[in-house]
Design a protein around this ligand. Structure first.
Ligand SMILES: Nc1nc2c(c(=O)[nH]1)N[C@H]1C(S)=C(S)[C@@H](COP(=O)(O)OP(=O)(O)OC[C@H]3O[C@@H](n4cnc5c(=O)[nH]c(N)nc54)[C@H](O)[C@@H]3O)O[C@H]1N2
Ligand SMILES: Nc1nc2c(c(=O)[nH]1)N[C@H]1C(S)=C(S)[C@@H](COP(=O)(O)OP(=O)(O)OC[C@H]3O[C@@H](n4cnc5c(=O)[nH]c(N)nc54)[C@H](O)[C@@H]3O)O[C@H]1N2
Ligand code: SF4
Ligand SMILES: [Mo]
Length: 774
């Protein structure tokens, strides 16, 4: 096969979305390599990219819409029947119970956000307000805090790791989880270059700590105390950047006394660290010229998630590590991943919407409720809440309780098993796709991927599904109007723009339908890339907001709508990604959404919470003496994306990592079986001795527990379904993000009966893997 046969696409197994090139045979990917021409990742990939060979395995694909029979089994039905019935039922639910009874869940995973805008637009046009997303299992607290401090919930930070002389990794598993292209190169460089320092704050001695100058191996769930103590010590040591505070912030006068109240030694005592270790970290921060602070689920899914995000921000703002290269920056979006909510709440649970989305942790309570406005009909796209949301049993009960559950997926997921209708989507390799994860500064990147295969017969790209539903629901303009617009789009973009916006002005009710109208008009003129239509207004809007940064990115000197069109064309043509903005450092003050371009340091709710923190008791229930982390990122997990277990070179059953001393106390050998119990549920997993952990802390992997269908048609959950153990109520009081990283648990040697069952499952998997390898 010649090298011409390499086709560019993206790895979809984490949100770094590295550019890759693949070779194919028939409908299979046979080889994967990094795409050197990709503007962002420049050839970088990790071992997981080979998992693409197993994505959307033929044995797991759905090829026909399915409808649940009364006995719980599914029957194949035609697309027309499925869409007619779903449209009819959505309207019936709305007309009987009101629009709040309609909801949407998902809209995109690690590699596919093209569907979201169309699906959400459609549901909003029907009057729905409740959009759930897995993002609200992690980042909502951060969004909320950023809203207050930077003026908009989508003012998102970029830690400029590559240019920093001090990098702090706070609950971020960078080697395994990546989250940015080049992550491992950046870690290796930090390890090698003596003038650059790395601090890792993590209860686990992760691979990242091999490159670190200092590892603070705190007790899990005590970050709030550590961060509080660190900020207070910075103040005590006079490491406050008074000039920065005066020039760029408000509210220091309110924050300073709150920080002065922090009982530093008491806080440090809670973390299990020595004062000297914390001082060393604080001294390193005080001495740094450019600090980049990268945090992830370790604090977001940890106790006091939202307050953690606030203290995290203070940790870089107080010493002035913001708004300069190598520190924390704010990036521009081509299209924002999240919105900026202004006070909307759910009538049923009182949950505030944050960033335009509602948290999965509130999903069951929005349904299992006798409130008249409860959720009764939900469309779930690209998400598997029956495995990924907290409290699996309760989520399944909620899905069953709905009057209508529609699941759009490529596979028969645990969630699909509970649906009334399942609609088979074309896989991410079979359609034009993109993601909105573009978190970089000063250059920022977008990657519109072309399909590498035709859609599998019987499947459809999601925007087409939504367009077909919209037509049945009578939400689209008449065919003649659409045709007129389409022919304008074909010949004269400016005339199309005028016609399109005139139509919206005349009929503002069409506003939410704008994405689908674009899809059905402009989209039909884009050589197959119809799903990119929603990017067209985004390009124009960006060119208007940041013309200089767009001009620099495109090396263009045009202006106005010409610049917007040029950007749209560059995105359409960018088979190896597109630079959409190239900012100057000072643009960061424009990207900050407060009108006066200043950071608001004082957030009363957070200061109040901080004041109450000292009273917080230890989670020391004698029945649950361990703390377990539900959801570690590892070499071979990738959310719920690859269902064929053959992609894993090891750790096939997803081991429970336990400190060797704990294992010997439990009387279980390395490789033996342990039953984990929490207040919510229990499961059994294979033990793996791991001295990287603190004693008393155990860890289960994320991304297992998907049911796999063997050749004989039987299904088996491969590895732990960790959310059997989690609770939707053990969460942040403000953002409802789950405290998955710090769950009280009991560990015990599994019963003989359990051991026999688990061994049998492990043997079945081994047998399959042997056949698979043959
Ligand atoms: N291999 C792999 N990579 C992935 C994914 C995957 O499934 N597999 N998923 C992707 C997704 S969706 C996401 S959101 C990201 C998540 O990426 P990360 O959040 O970086 O990954 P995690 O391993 O979940 O957790 C981060 C770190 O928090 C630490 N931690 C646990 N408890 C605490 C605590 O109490 N305090 C502190 N400070 N740290 C703690 C853990 O030991 C771990 O090292 O990864 C992405 N990348
Ligand atoms: N206990 C615990 N739970 C967690 C976490 C944890 O650390 N611990 N992590 C959380 C985090 S950070 C995240 S991001 C979530 C992720 O959890 P989910 O929101 O469930 O998202 P994914 O795991 O990415 O699942 C993607 C789904 O999309 C389907 N899919 C793949 N390609 C396509 C396509 O082209 N079209 C359609 N329509 N579907 C497709 C897959 O089959 C799969 O069902 O899990 C969360 N759950
Ligand atoms: S870093 Fe993420 S996107 Fe890049 S190759 Fe690895 S798993 Fe894929
Ligand atoms: Mo995530």
């Amino acid at each position: 096969m010649s090298s011409d046969d390499w086709k560019p696409t993206a790895c979809i197994l984490c949100y770094a979305n590295c550019g890759v090139e693949v070779q194919t045979e028939g409908r299979k990917i046979t080889r994967v390599r990094g795409d050197k021409a990709h503007v962002r990742s420049k050839g970088y990939i990790c071992q997981k990219a080979q998992g693409l060979l197993h994505y959307a395995a033929p044995s797991e694909r759905l090829t026909s819409p399915l409808r649940r029979r009364t006995d719980g089994t599914f029957e194949e039905i035609s697309w027309d029947t499925a869409l007619d019935e779903i449209a009819e039922k959505l309207v019936a639910v709305r007309d009987t119970h009101g629009a709040d009874a309609l909801g949407y869940y998902g809209g995109g995973g690690q590699g596919n956000h093209a569907a979201g805008g169309y699906g959400i637009g459609l549901m909003r046009a029907l009057g729905a307000r409740h959009m759930f997303s897995s993002l609200a299992q992690e980042k909502s607290g951060r969004f909320w805090v950023n809203g207050r401090m930077f003026g908009s919930q989508n003012c998102n930070q970029v830690p400029m790791v590559e240019d920093a002389d001090l990098v702090v990794l706070l609950g971020s598993n960078m080697w395994e989880a990546q989250c940015e292209p080049g992550a491992r190169i950046h870690l290796r460089e930090l390890g090698k270059e003596v003038t650059r320092k790395l601090i890792v704050i993590d209860p686990v001695a992760t691979k990242d700590t091999e490159f670190a100058d200092l590892h603070l191996q705190l007790k899990p769930g005590t970050d709030t105390f550590l961060l509080g103590a660190m900020v207070a010590m910075l103040v005590e040591k006079g490491a406050v950047d008074e000039d920065f505070i005066a020039a760029h912030t408000h509210g220091w006068a309110e924050v300073k006394p709150a920080i002065a109240e922090i009982p530093i030694d008491d806080y440090i005592a809670k973390t299990g660290l020595d004062r000297s270790q914390v001082e060393q970290a604080v001294d390193m921060i005080a001495a740094a010229h450019r600090m980049a602070l990268r945090s992830e689920l370790g604090i977001e899914m940890g106790r006091n998630s939202t307050l953690n995000s606030y203290l995290h921000n203070l940790l870089f703002l107080v010493p002035g590590h913001f708004g300069r290269p190598g520190t924390q920056m704010i990036h521009s979006w081509l299209m924002p991943l999240v919105g900026n909510s202004k006070g909307a709440t759910s009538a049923v649970t009182g949950m505030p919407e944050i960033g335009g989305i509602y948290p999965p942790n509130r999903f069951p309570a929005e349904i299992l409720n006798d409130h008249p406005d409860r959720l009764r009909a939900v469309v779930i796209d690209s998400s598997n809440p029956a495995n990924s949301a907290a409290d699996t049993r309760r989520v399944e009960e909620a899905l069953e309780a709905l009057d209508l559950t529609v699941v759009i997926d490529i596979a028969l997921t645990e969630t699909a098993m509970k649906a009334d209708y399942i609609l088979p989507a074309a896989a991410q390799t079979e359609k034009w796709e993109f993601v909105l994860f573009a978190f970089a500064f000063p250059k920022n990147y977008f990657f519109l991927r072309a399909p590498i295969f035709e859609p599998l017969e019987g499947t459809r790209a999601e925007p087409e599904i939504y367009a077909a539903l919209a037509a049945r629901l009578g939400l689209l303009p008449e065919a003649a109007t659409l045709d007129q617009l389409k022919s304008k789009a074909q010949t004269d973009r400016a005339a199309f723009a005028a016609g399109f916006f005139a139509m919206l002005k005349e009929n503002p009710a069409l506003g939410f339908m704008a994405p689908l109208i674009l899809h059905q008009t402009l989209g039909q003129t884009l050589d197959g890339a119809a799903s990119a239509a929603v990017l067209w207004p985004a390009c124009h809007s960006l060119a208007k907001r940041h013309p200089d940064a767009v001009r620099r990115a495109l090396e263009s000197d045009s202006d106005g709508p010409v610049l917007g069109e040029a950007l749209f064309q560059a995105v359409l043509d960018g088979r190896h990604g597109t630079v959409f903005t190239h900012h100057l450092d000072e643009d960061v003050w424009d990207l900050l959404a407060h009108r006066d371009s200043k950071v608001q340091l004082a957030v009363p709710e957070m200061l109040d919470w901080l004041g109450r923190l000292t009273d917080e008791g230890e989670a020391d229930d004698a029945n649950f003496p361990f703390v377990i982390s539900l959801g570690q990122r590892r070499m071979f997990n990738a959310n719920q994306i690859v269902r064929d277990p053959r992609w894993r070179k090891r750790d096939g059953m997803g081991g429970l990592r336990v400190h060797p001393d704990d294992l010997s106390d439990l009387g279980v050998g390395d490789g033996g079986w342990i039953t984990v119990k929490t207040a919510t549920g229990q499961l059994t997993a294979r033990a793996e001795a791991d001295d990287a952990l603190r004693p008393g802390y155990a860890v289960l992997p994320h991304g297992y527990g998907m049911a796999f269908t063997f050749a004989d048609g039987t299904r088996m959950h491969v590895g732990p379904r960790i959310n059997m153990l989690s609770s939707s109520d053990y969460c942040d009081p403000l953002a409802a993000t789950p405290y998955h990283k710090n769950v009280p648990a009991a560990l015990e040697r599994a019963s003989n009966l359990e051991v026999a069952r688990c061994e049998e499952e492990a043997n079945r998997l081994d047998a399959y893997l042997d056949i698979g390898a043959a």
